[in-house]
Design a protein around this ligand. Structure first.
Ligand SMILES: [Mn+2]
Length: 397
């Protein structure tokens, strides 16, 4: 059996209010291509496994629902023999994600949102596939201890029992959405092991465990059979950027897969974080110097003080897709950032009112029609009045 493992799609996610629809369309397109290429080469995929967080939110935006709808429609039309496995992650709303799942089942689309069905396998090319939806406090109503560890003990017990009864000696794939740690990580497990994390030993004995929830690719266990595929996109500037799909082959060995291969995701707009002085990023030279990042989503970490109150706007020329601008704390420790900027401004001979005028202009550029010029002048006059009163009050004391 051959399948592709890719979790944490987070459809509908925005980054700093920017829609990632195009980016998400791109990786879905790539999945379709991978399936198409494999079919042409005579080594078709039998399944796609998406272990949770298919959507970013409980109530996904309409666009996200259309994206998934289009994708499933195309997959089902072009690869009707391939199975698609989807389970609800902590971001998904199980009831909404599970809509029409009993009908979709007939089209080889298996959406798991109900813990009670954990022991029901779907057989694909002689391999039993089990899905554990994200487990909630209410997943097993009779269960008293409701840590994730206990809930997963319960779910994996159900699978083991069912597998031994119905499909003994056959390879088994378990799909789940959770934070999994290894006991052999020793201290690591002790320090991070919480009520929300589970021990990887629970998955020992299964041929392959397809995990979702952690966005970075990783392999757990010495046996080489428990994997996080990671998300197909970086969803924050702290995320890693070498994203992949996992292409997995399972033969007759029930202990582990025959092969697990990383297929790099082609990213439309890579995320990049740059750090430097404000002046490094502005002007003709900067434009040339950073040309390679014009298509990237950029975060600028500014190491000095700037006067611009809307630096992101100023940087748009160099980085059309700048998403974030942050100031790095001054290493010299010479007072607060605000204080430094005030001094810098005063050095240039601006009065408070002059500075405020610049600030207001920065916040409301000329093409901003939400505020009229009169309103802005009124605001500036009020500020001047307040400053004047402050000065007079101070003099009387
Ligand atoms: Mn998650």
């Amino acid at each position: 059996m051959r399948f592709l493992h890719s979790g944490d799609w987070h459809l509908g996610k925005t980054l700093y209010d920017v829609s990632l629809e195009e980016d998400q369309k791109q990786f879905m397109e790539q999945v379709h291509e991978i399936f198409g290429d494999a079919k042409r080469e005579g080594k078709p995929y039998d399944a796609l496994i998406i272990p949770g967080d298919i959507y970013d939110r409980n109530v996904p935006p309409a666009k996200a629902v259309s994206l998934l709808d289009d994708f499933l429609g195309r997959m089902s039309r072009d690869f009707p023999e391939a199975h698609v496995f989807i389970l609800s992650g902590n971001h998904d709303g199980p009831a909404r994600l599970g809509f029409a799942s009993s009908f979709l089942e007939k089209s080889n689309i298996h959406i798991a949102t109900d813990a009670a069905k954990t022991g029901d396998a779907v057989m694909v090319s002689g391999v039993a596939v089990y899905q554990i939806p994200f487990l909630l406090q209410t997943s097993f109503p009779d269960e008293e201890t409701r840590t994730q560890q206990r809930l997963f003990e319960r779910a994996t017990e159900i699978i083991r029992k069912s597998h031994a009864e119905k499909h003994p000696g056959m390879p088994a794939i378990v799909c789940a959405h959770a934070t999994v740690y290894g006991k052999s990580d020793g201290e690591h497990f002790l320090s991070v092991g919480t009520a929300s994390s589970i021990d990887r030993e629970l998955f020992s004995g299964f041929t392959y465990t397809a995990l979702g929830h952690i966005h970075k690719y990783q392999q757990l266990g010495e046996n080489g059979n428990i994997f996080y595929s990671g998300s197909p996109l970086a969803y924050s500037f702290d995320d890693n950027t070498d994203k992949c799909f996992l292409s997995v082959e399972i033969g007759t060995d029930t202990e582990k897969p025959d092969s697990v291969e990383r297929i790099p995701v082609r990213t439309l707009h890579p995320l990049i974080r740059l750090s430097g002085k404000f002046s490094d990023f502005i002007g003709e030279d900067a434009h040339k110097k950073w040309a390679q990042y014009r298509d990237c989503y950029v975060e600028i970490k500014c190491t000095d003080s700037t006067l611009s109150e809307n630096p992101k706007r100023a940087l748009l020329e160099t980085f059309p897709r700048i998403l974030s601008f942050v100031r790095e704390r001054s290493a010299s420790g010479g007072g607060s950032d605000f204080e430094e900027r005030r001094k810098l401004a005063m050095k240039q001979g601006d009065s408070e009112v002059g500075l405020f005028r610049k600030f207001v202009r920065d916040m409301h550029p000329e093409d901003d029609h939400t505020v009229s010029a009169e309103q802005l002048e009124e605001e500036i006059a009020l500020f001047a009045e307040a400053i004047g009163e402050m000065r007079n009050g101070g003099a009387e004391k």
